[in-house]
Structures are given as structure tokens and as C-alpha cells.
Design a protein around this ligand. Structure first.
Ligand code: PXP
Length: 253
């Protein structure tokens, strides 16, 4: 049973990656965020990494000042990031694990064995009106732990699913994601998903009824090189919507 429209958060980190390669102002992530809004994005996602390799503090300020769409700030569970989030008060904060040497966020947060007091961290953000999500692997243990620390939202890491060869490996990972999303739903946790999604992999994830939001970046920005950003987002939006509509129709038939 569908609850509401599947939302698309467009991650603009890699617009900043290209800008930073030359150190000037071009291409501007705020301009990309405006285009994303025009193309049907429901939110903008940006990861302020500890080493500021793409998005900068100034970008966060500009996005907060100049963009009408809700901002989802991805950040590590550190005091520095907490202070930044509480100062800007974005619509949402997604807590991710972070290691300097990794190329991207490789795994979900280990909520079950975290050495940070995540309940206090979640509570401080939530008290400021920020919707908090925890980026976790599709593992029932992590969902239960997210529930225990009071997270209202989890985002399931789809990286393993996207990287698996099409066939039984990918199907098995899809089942894990479906199971995790259903468990989140039973516990009253809103479920999001993201990482590595492309035109080829988004459909089955968009069809999962408990998934309410997808956050997609690298593929969309890469695809924009060939057909433009609006076109890549419009196509992704259509694939998501068609897949969700087909799954909803099949369930109610
Ligand atoms: N969600 C989270 C929590 C992420 O860390 C990332 C990557 O920054 C994404 C979604 C988007 O992943 P991708 O850029 O591979 O689409």
C-alpha cells in the first residue's frame, strides 16, 4: 500500500568535486541545485566531509540562503559537524560513517556498536527541529539499533546491491533491502535508500513500498556530462515513478 510519493534527493557533491579540481567558482553547486529543483527533485543532499574535499562550509551557507528545496546535510557524528548543523538548521541531517582515506561512504554506520553516544547526538539534532536519519547497511541488527537510539529515519546503503552482478547476487541483496525496509516500517521508522543508484538499478529499489526517499548523486552528475543535468534527473524521476506505480498497481490487482 503506497503511503505517499517517492521523493528524490539530488546529491550535488560532485559538482563541487569538479569545481574544486580547478579552485575557481565554476561549476556552482547552487546553480546545479536550482536546476535539480526545476527537473523535479524534492530535496538537495550535500555531504560536508571532514576534509572538505567537495562541498565547503560556504556551499552549505549558500544552499541554505538561496535554495527553496529542503537541504539534507550528510555528516559524520562529530562535535564539529553537530555545531555546524545546529547553526544552519537544515531540514534534515543524515549521519554517515566517515574515514578520510575512503573514496566514498563505503559502509553504513555501525549503530549497534558505535563508540559515539548516538542517542544523545540524535536527540540534540532533533531538539533543533532537524529530521535525523542514520545511514546503515540493510541489516536487521542495525535497524533495531537505530530504533533504540531514537532515529526517526534510516537510509539504507544500496552500494552492495548496485555493485553486485545482475542475477542471483543482486537479487539476494535486494531481498535484504526489502526485508530491512519492511522491518523499519514495522518499527515506525521512515525508510530512505541511496548510494550507487543508476538508471539500471533504481527500479527495484523504487518499487519497495516502505522506501519513501532516494538520494542519488554520482550517477546523475556523471550522466549530466552527456545529456545535461535536467535531462538526467528527469529520466531518473520517470524511472522511479514508473517503477513505483507499476509495483503499486501489481499489489492492488
Ligand atoms: N546517501 C548517502 C548517505 C551518501 O553518503 C551518498 C554518497 O555521498 C549518497 C546517498 C549518494 O550516493 P551516490 O553519489 O553514489 O548516488
Amino acid at each position: 500500500m503506497i503511503k505517499r510519493r517517492l521523493r528524490l534527493g539530488v546529491n550535488i557533491d560532485h559538482v563541487a568535486t569538479i569545481r574544486n579540481a580547478r579552485g575557481g567558482p565554476h561549476p556552482d553547486p547552487v546553480r546545479a541545485a536550482r536546476l535539480a529543483a526545476a527537473a523535479g527533485a524534492d530535496g538537495i543532499t550535500a555531504h560536508l566531509r571532514e576534509d572538505r574535499r567537495h562541498i565547503s562550509d560556504h556551499d552549505i551557507q549558500s544552499l541554505m540562503d538561496q535554495i527553496d528545496l529542503p537541504l539534507n546535510l550528510e555528516m559524520a557524528a562529530t562535535e564539529e559537524m553537530l555545531e555546524i548543523a545546529l547553526r544552519h538548521r537544515p531540514h534534515a541531517a543524515c549521519i554517515v560513517p566517515e574515514r578520510r582515506e575512503e573514496r566514498t561512504t563505503e559502509n553504513g554506520l555501525n549503530v549497534a556498536e558505535s563508540n559515539v553516544d548516538l542517542s544523545a547526538y540524535v536527540a540534540r539534532l532533533a531538539a533543533s527541529g532537524i529530521r535525523v536519519s542514520l545511514f546503515i547497511d540493510p541489516d536487521p541488527r542495525q535497524i533495531e539499533a537505530a530504533h533504540k537510539v531514537g532515529a526517526p529515519v534510516v537510509e539504507l546503503h544500496t552500494g552492495t546491491y548496485c555493485e553486485a552482478a545482475a542475477g542471483s547476487d543482486r537479487d539476494a541483496e535486494l531481498e535484504r533491502i526489502e526485508g530491512a525496509a519492511a522491518l523499519a516500517g514495522e518499527l515506525g521508522i521512515e525508510c530512505h535508500a541511496g548510494h550507487g543508484l543508476s538508471f539500471g538499478t533504481v527500479g527495484p529499489i523504487a518499487a519497495i513500498p516502505d522506501v519513501m526517499e532516494l538520494n542519488i548523486g554520482h550517477f546523475l552528475i556523471g550522466e549530466a556530462i552527456f545529456g545535461g543535468l535536467e535531462s538526467s534527473i528527469t529520466r531518473m524521476r520517470a524511472l522511479m515513478d514508473n517503477s513505483r506505480a507499476a509495483a503499486t498497481g501489481a499489489r492492488s490487482a
